[in-house]
Design a binder for this molecule. Structure first.
Ligand code: MG
Length: 251
């Protein structure tokens, strides 16, 4: 089943998809276009993988990592489906990243890879935008690259685990203004979902609604103000976002 969180009728609602419309928890049916889509999960810790597809690592001139390169993202970065993302003036390279998001379903510590899916509740999609201009020193902290407000559209749906037969074999696509720009498959991840859960839970506790953004394949190109960016994952959905400039925020 596909779950969403939306604002409509003056309140925030949990909803599910039913025959092409949203069914609110109170039973009302609402069209997709008549709601504001919110991030489908209210997250705990948000993990994100850097360079988890070898072809993308090569594309931005890095070697594929030998152990997971993980960073954290703040909840301030998240926005829902059909939202707008700010591209600061005077930056040269801002690109999208279509990513499968794993949603943790329960407390996890020292999980073995063969048990890892027991700790997953389901999946969603993120567009992990990056502004490369801010990646600047030896330690390459990507705080300013990845943690600016609005930089991570997520959703529209949270899809339950049992609805996705093989999360390690899903097609990913990104369209910019309707044109296909990025295409890949989750089967090409360097560190797969069981590995990541085993790895993270080996030194810290994972909790319900923690998110793992699992990285992006090759095909990341610059986007500019006015671009409409759609990231899509087979069986999970299609997440739309529009790039806007500073003036949108300075009114
Ligand atoms: Mg990423």
């Amino acid at each position: 089943m596909k779950h969403a969180r939306v604002a409509c009728h003056g309140a925030i609602h949990d909803a599910v998809e039913e025959n092409g419309v949203l069914k609110l928890a109170d039973g009302r049916l609402v069209n997709f276009d008549d709601v504001i889509w919110l991030p489908p999960i209210n997250p705990g810790t948000i993990f994100a993988l850097g360079l988890n597809y070898a072809d993308h690592a090569n594309e931005i001139s890095f070697n594929a990592p030998e152990e997971p390169l993980v960073f954290l993202k703040g909840p301030n970065t998240l926005i829902g489906h059909n939202g707008v993302t700010r591209r600061p003036a005077n930056v040269e390279m801002m690109h999208y990243e279509c990513e499968l998001v794993v949603v943790i379903g329960k407390k996890a510590r020292n999980v073995k890879r063969e048990d890892a899916y027991d700790y997953v509740s389901g999946y969603t999609i993120a567009n992990d935008y990056a502004i490369r201009d801010y990646l600047e020193n030896y330690y390459r902290p990507n705080l300013a690259v990845k943690n600016r407000d609005t930089l991570t559209p997520i959703g529209p749906w949270f899809v339950e685990k049992h609805d996705i037969k093989d999360p390690m074999n899903l097609k990913l696509y990104t369209y910019v203004n309707g044109e296909l720009k990025q295409e890949g498959s989750t089967k090409d991840m360097i560190f797969d979902i069981p590995f990541l859960i085993e790895y993270l839970s080996s030194f810290m506790t994972l909790n319900e609604n923690d998110l793992i953004l699992t990285g992006t394949p090759k095909g990341t190109v610059n986007v500019v103000e006015g671009d409409e960016v759609v990231v899509e994952i087979e069986g999970i959905g299609s997440l739309q976002n529009t790039i806007v400039g500073d003036k949108e925020f300075a009114r």
